[in-house]
Each structure stands twice: as C-alpha cells, then as structure tokens.
Design a protein around this ligand. Structure first.
Ligand SMILES: CC(C)(COP(=O)(O)OP(=O)(O)OC[C@H]1O[C@@H](n2cnc3c(N)ncnc32)[C@H](O)[C@@H]1OP(=O)(O)O)[C@@H](O)C(=O)NCCC(=O)NCCS
Length: 181
C-alpha cells in the first residue's frame, strides 16, 4: 500500500474510532475539537498564521473527515471567533511509531503569550493518550523560541536536528504520552 493511501486510511480510521476532543475552558477561551461549522474560518486562519504553509483545498476537504479528531482549536467565547489552532496528521514515520504529527500550531497575534498554544498542546496530549497513541511528534525551527519553550515545557524531547536551505536548523521532537507531564 502506498504511504499516502496508508495515511489517508489512518485519518479515516481516526475519525471513526477516536473519542472526541474534550472541551476545556481557559479564561475567556474554549479549547475544543474542530467542528464542521468552523470550516469556513479555519482554512483562512491557517493560511493567515502560516503564510508559507501549503494546504490545498482538496487536501483540506479530505482532511475535514479526520480533523474532527485531529484538530484542536481555541475559540474566544465572547466573540465566538477562532483564535488558535493545533493541527495533526500522520506521517509515514508516525504510522510506524504509533505517534501523530503536530503539523502546525498557531495563535492569533493579539492572543499570544497567554498560554494558549500550551493549553492546546496539553489538550492534544490528553486526547491522543486517551486514544491509544504512544507519542506526538513535531518539527520546530530552532529560532522559534515561543514554540520551543512551550514544547519543552510539556515534555517534548529533541530526537534529531536537521538543516535545510529553506528553513535553517529545525528540531524533530517527540513527546512520549506514557510519560505525560
Ligand atoms: C508559537 C506560537 C503558537 C506560541 O503561541 P502562544 O500561545 O503565544 O504560546 P504560549 O503562550 O503557550 O507559550 C509560549 C512560551 O514561550 C515563551 N516565549 C515567547 N517568546 C519567547 C522568546 N522570544 N524567547 C523565549 N521564550 C519566549 C513565553 O513566555 C511562553 O513561555 P511561558 O509560558 O513559560 O511564559 C505563536 O507564537 C504563533 O502562532 N506563532 C506563529 C506561528 C508559529 O510559529 N507556529 C509554530 C510552528 S512550530
């Protein structure tokens, strides 16, 4: 089976068998799983927060099947607007290692520095541990101090550091869920 097909089937399995993301209120912000009603705003939020990222419409629409179990959002309860997202998917390495990959975490600039990325990652750890995964992988640029600080605080460990012309130094990190802090 091709790795692409294996990943898409894993997303389908995830959407059918995983328990939903549990809600958590943090101040005026609700941390929760993605819902179909978020669809319209979510892709724009992703593209705003990650202008260099690529998320084709076709990939996005397929992803919607799994996103209900693979995407955590932060919603300002007062305005009912999405102010952050933490998006997961499975890379071939994750399928082998029973982990899930944090593809992108982002918080709207006015809401940064309030612990929201950390809260979404805590929710992700609980969610994926509850659903039987052994860890969460992520890749973080060495100069992204905010993301690194949050990840290290939550128990992500650097597995390897790579260099690419486009991104410079980046760390491949894994947070083992059996040893959740
Ligand atoms: C990275 C990002 C998601 C962090 O969101 P956030 O909600 O502000 O993060 P948190 O408040 O949960 O945690 C950030 C931590 O980094 C610290 N921090 C922030 N800037 C820092 C800096 N320049 N140097 C060191 N630490 C820094 C904060 O103090 C905080 O630590 P603390 O909780 O111990 O005080 C947000 O900055 C963002 O959306 N950036 C653009 C997209 C991006 O780079 N995503 C990450 C891709 S891997």
């Amino acid at each position: 089976m091709s790795s692409r097909l294996a990943r898409l089937l894993k997303e389908l399995e995830t959407s059918l068998t995983y328990a939903p993301v549990a809600d958590k209120v943090s101040g005026s912000v609700l941390i929760r799983g993605f819902k179909l009603r978020d669809l319209r705003h979510l892709r724009q939020l992703y593209l705003d927060l990650n202008p260099s990222g690529s998320l084709s419409l076709a990939r996005f629409l397929w992803g919607v099947i799994g996103y209900q179990r693979l995407l955590i959002v932060a919603e300002d309860i007062r305005t009912a607007s999405l102010v952050g997202l933490d998006l997961f998917y499975f890379n071939p390495r994750d399928l082998q290692e029973s982990t899930v990959h944090e593809g992108f975490v982002g918080v709207v600039s006015a809401y940064r520095g309030q612990g929201l990325a950390t809260e979404m990652r805590i929710a992700a750890k609980r969610h994926f541990q509850r659903n039987g995964l052994t860890g969460i992988s992520t890749r973080i640029a060495q100069d992204n101090k905010a993301s690194l600080t949050s990840a290290l605080k939550l128990g992500f460990e650097i597995v390897e550091t790579q260099h690419s012309a486009a991104d410079g130094e980046s760390h491949y990190m894994v947070c083992k869920l059996g040893e959740s802090k």
